[in-house]
Design a protein around this ligand. Structure first.
Ligand code: FAD
Ligand code: MLT
Ligand code: ZN
Length: 470
């Protein structure tokens, strides 16, 4: 029962008419109790978790967020694209949305340092900085909806991590409202700052359990002058790994992404999204992106690499794009797998870090383990980061299927010293599996931080921390 996903409601105060009147004065027109609006904010993107909040608050300023936080339980929400049930209330927690906190504060066109409110949509920020000849250091399929505050709160990885590193390096500062309403101003705009502990790191990846992020300062790289995308087919995963090795050696500093999908993913995007496979059918596909400063130099390097992998039969077929529209079309095959899976049925999602050479064995073993109990078992992910997305679909939610998958998948990962959450976080769904990847001492320290920063436990309760700390 320790791993049962359904927690018990903790004795938080319920929202009273007095609370509602306070909120309505503080946030006129932005204190929402309309059940139709609340319906969509209570349900997660995967449509697998549903809360029963009766209040949605939409502050515009840090001061307003500070006024909201005192005694009532809250579920902070950005774009609600999280994949572990972390972004929606479990019971009647207030939904605290950053949707109206969407202002860019400053941009330094020499250093590339951007400061903005937490509710800026990632794609809008990308447009903003691209107009100024920079790019955001992260990119993900949910860019049209996810907020930068949500990205930081989940420490989202995405498609550019291989090149620009994790948000733990590119986020330079944060403004956070603590559980008692205090505002923590760590919104530094400096690349270097070794004045003691790096307090902001605690909030990166804390999934709304330690504070509400209201402002973000982030370092943006220069916009590359030349971008190429190659979509390649491989006949085995071993060949794919060898291609990766060769790719790193031959493309070096211009390599900006190395992603993969298997043939089952391709079938799903073809079937549900009507996307066309640009090359011959293969068991595995790779998306390689180069981003550099000289088109001639980058193309020469890419073509030398392609000649070599084709000549050695590591790659069986390929397509290359240099124009923006074609690049987008190739990327969308990889980026829209998540959407295709949702069309395929109820999706059980796993987001695993593993030593690279073992990464696809999990998919093969899971297929054998489940036999015909699942509709589809697929693998895709960020090869360059050692991050596999194993997804299993079923016509409907299926408790027996879930019991066959878990804890099998977590034990498999633990035996190989992997992580049970590479980039999506733990949220509601995975909180009780934390011990497969973290030591008891580390979890106790997490609990101690939580108690210190949020003694009443009002910030995103039932998420990230396990129900029982050992
Ligand atoms: P939400 O979903 O609203 O919230 C996520 C968590 O952060 C919740 O726990 C919430 O309480 C907390 N939170 C949100 N805002 C704040 C705040 N201001 N302060 C404190 N806590 C807050 N993830 C990856 O890592 N890599 C990917 O490549 C990737 N691709 C995706 C593609 C698709 C199509 C989808 C649907 C999701 C994808 N994700 C990916 C999942 C990823 O976690 C989210 O897309 C994104 O980072 C979450 O941002 P959001 O604004 O939607 O946050
Ligand atoms: C991805 O890499 O596509 C995202 O993390 C979303 C997912 O895992 O489906
Ligand atoms: Zn991912």
């Amino acid at each position: 029962r320790a791993h049962d996903a359904a927690p018990t409601r903790r004795p938080f105060s319920r929202v009273t008419p007095d609370d509602l009147s306070f909120f309505s004065h503080l946030l006129p027109g932005r204190t929402i109790t309309d059940p139709d609006v609340l319906e969509s904010c209570n349900v997660d993107w995967l449509k697998t978790v549903k809360g029963s909040s009766e209040v949605l608050l939409r502050p515009k300023t840090t001061e307003e967020v500070s006024q909201v936080l005192r005694n009532l339980a809250v579920s902070p929400q950005g774009g609600n694209t999280g994949l572990v049930g972390g972004s929606v209330p479990v019971f009647d927690e207030i939904i605290l949305s950053t949707a109206l906190m969407n202002r860019v504060l400053t941009f330094d066109s020499i250093s590339g340092i951007l400061t903005c409110q937490a509710g800026c949509v990632l794609e809008s920020l990308s447009q903003y900085v691209e107009e100024r000849d920079f790019v955001m250091p992260l990119d993900l399929g949910a860019k049209g909806s996810c907020h930068i505050g949500g990205n930081v709160s989940t420490n989202a990885g995405g498609l550019r991590l291989l090149r620009y590193g994790s948000l733990r390096g590119t986020v330079l500062g944060l403004e956070v409202v603590l559980a008692d309403g205090r505002v923590l101003d760590c919104l530094a705009k400096l690349r270097k700052d070794n004045t003691g502990y790096d307090v902001k790191q605690l909030f990166i990846g804390s999934e709304g359990t330690l504070g509400v992020i209201t402002g973000v300062s982030i370092l943006c790289p220069r916009k590359p002058k030349s971008v190429n995308v190659a979509f390649l087919g491989c006949s085995s995963f071993q060949n794919l790994l060898e291609t990766f090795q060769m790719c790193r050696g031959m493309l070096g500093e211009i390599l900006s992404a190395f992603e993969f999908l298997d043939a089952s993913c391709m079938s799903l995007v073809e079937k549900h999204l009507k996307l066309a496979n640009p090359i011959t059918e293969s068991p595995f596909y790779i998306v390689i992106e180069t981003a550099g400063s000289s088109a001639a130099h980058d193309e020469e390097k890419l073509h030398n690499f392609l000649d070599k992998v084709m000549a050695s039969s590591l790659v069986v077929d390929g397509a290359v794009a240099t124009e923006e529209a074609k690049i987008k079309a190739l990327w969308s095959i990889r980026e829209r797998i998540t959407e295709a899976l949702r069309h395929d049925g109820y999706t059980y999602k796993y987001d695993i870090s593993l030593p690279l050479e073992k990464i696809y064995d999990l998919v093969t073993d899971m297929r054998a383990h489940l036999g015909n109990r699942a509709k589809n078992v697929v693998g895709y992910g960020h090869v360059g980061d050692g991050n596999l997305h194993l997804n299993i679909t079923s016509p409907r939610e299926d408790a027996a299927l879930l019991a066959a998958i878990e804890p099998y998948v977590y034990e498999w990962t633990w035996k190989r010293q992997g992580s049970i959450s590479a980039e999506h976080g733990l949220g509601l769904k995975k909180r009780n599996y934390i011990y497969y990847s973290k030591s008891q001492e580390a979890v106790r320290l997490m609990r101690d931080f939580k108690t210190m920063l949020d003694p009443k436990g009002i910030l995103n309760p039932y998420k990230t921390l396990p129900d029982h700390v050992r």
